[in-house]
Design a protein around this ligand. Structure first.
Ligand SMILES: [Zn+2]
Length: 431
């Protein structure tokens, strides 16, 4: 058992929990910033720590292409490579490959696709995707699935759902057989997890395979360097059996009945957590919500539930209130790079001329370091001048806004309050 999930309070369907991973505790409901290429674009890791990020997401497809799984594995996995000793989740690459509409071909065995970087041909199967995810070494990894396109005929959605279920079985089988090859071995001696005694059935060969301690990691830190830059476990020998945790993914398109069936059969296969995938693929927002609401009752109440690829600030708050525990989305980081900033009074497009002489804070109600220090006029100038700092500051604010939104959600669940504050969370354009 390499994660534990504890529900500490609930209010209606919403629940406050602690997801205990081999790399620390994640308070849920949580919004996970996306660090596609082992980097949350523009924001260094120490700043992410200051913002209170407890888990971030990496994309297997992108990291597989560049720098390559072997490189990351050789550096101790993503934790060692990007010097991040808190929790990480990787997707399986299924969604990214799915988005390469013109460059992929799906077979029973897996997906052949062409790299968006150089057109080279590659193949992902459930086995090879899980192998890549083991090499990347995230705490939570995702089963390889087919993300059904939208719109799609019912028969097509059913066939796709069945394929995802077969791939889920294969993903789990490969993971169970190879999970001891995780590059951080068994770092849980320094983690929030209690130290588990080695299982009696474990052979010396198993233990050997788990010894992939990242010897090179120690060299990343020069003498006297302090801080959380280098994981405390770097170079230590494993003593426990902590491994990654593989989550299953519910598909079924926009069909409520197929979603229910997919949920029930995925739960039957058995995973320590479940995601709802194949949403936010162009369907109306009301449909997304209907699918989520109707699927949640079929997912185990005592395990983490992850809604992939959602959403705006008011959506993440609303889904948390419905009982979703984990969410990720590129929206706050991508929008920030385009000068779109989420605030307590709506969305601000900082490039607008109206802000050119505005000495006010971006969002007076925001406690982030950007709002505390800089004016709208300065942020507008940085953006208009295409300064790198514009991307950094805009991203820091948007991430702060998302993380604060989830803090407020957790606080309200703990206090047993309703979600009345949701009316204050808006991504409508600022009037
Ligand atoms: Zn701010």
């Amino acid at each position: 058992m390499s994660i534990r999930f504890q529900i500490e309070a609930s209010n209606g369907a919403g629940r406050l929990g602690r997801l205990i991973t081999p790399h620390g505790v994640v308070e849920t409901p949580v919004f996970m910033p996306v660090g596609t290429l082992a980097s949350v674009k523009g924001v260094p890791q120490d700043l992410l720590e200051d913002l209170g990020v407890q888990i971030l997401l990496g994309n297997t497809y992108h990291l597989y292409l560049r720098p390559g799984v072997d490189t990351v594995r050789g550096m101790g996995g993503l934790h060692g490579f990007m010097s991040w000793d808190r929790a990480i989740l990787t997707d399986s690459g299924g969604f990214q490959v799915f988005s390469l509409t013109e460059l992929r071909k799906v077979h029973e065995e897996g997906v052949t696709f062409r790299s968006h970087l150089d057109g080279s041909s590659h193949f992902f199967s459930p086995e090879s995707a899980i192998e890549a995810e083991i090499g990347l070494g995230a705490d939570i990894i995702m089963a390889f699935d087919e993300c059904t396109e939208f719109p799609a005929e019912r028969e097509r959605v059913r066939a796709s759902m069945e394929l995802t279920l077969r791939w889920a079985e294969r993903s789990k089988k490969h993971f169970e057989e190879h999970k001891r090859r995780v590059p951080w071995g068994t770092s849980a001696q320094h983690s929030a997890l209690s130290i588990q005694p080695k299982r009696s059935g474990e052979s010396p060969a198993d233990a050997d395979r788990s010894v992939r301690a990242p010897q090179k990691i120690g060299k990343l830190r020069s003498p006297g360097q302090t801080g959380a830059a280098v994981p405390a476990w770097a170079g230590t020998l494993p003593t426990t059996g902590a491994t990654q945790s593989l989550f299953g993914i519910v598909q079924g398109g926009m069909d409520l009945e197929l979603r229910r069936e997919s949920a029930e059969r995925t739960v039957e296969i058995g995973f320590p957590g479940y995601a709802m995938g194949g949403l936010s693929v162009g369907e109306p927002r009301a449909v997304t919500r209907e699918i989520v609401e109707s699927t949640l009752p079929y997912l185990p109440i005592d395990q983490p539930r992850y809604l992939m690829g959602v959403g705006t600030p008011e959506e993440i708050a609303a889904y948390a209130a419905l009982g979703v525990d984990m969410m990720d989305c590129v929206l706050p980081t991508r929008a920030a790079r385009h000068g779109l900033l989420f605030t307590s009074v709506g969305k601000v497009s900082i490039k607008q001329a109206r802000y050119a002489n505005d000495a006010g804070a971006l969002d007076p109600a925001c406690g982030c370091r950007v709002c505390a220090r800089y004016s709208r006029a300065y942020l507008r100038h940085l953006y208009a001048s295409n300064e790198v700092l514009a991307q950094v500051l805009n991203t820091v604010h948007n991430l702060s806004f998302y993380l604060d939104t989830m803090r407020r959600v957790r606080h309200s669940i703990r206090l047993g309050e309703g979600t009345g504050f949701l009316s204050g969370v808006s991504s409508q354009p600022k009037p």
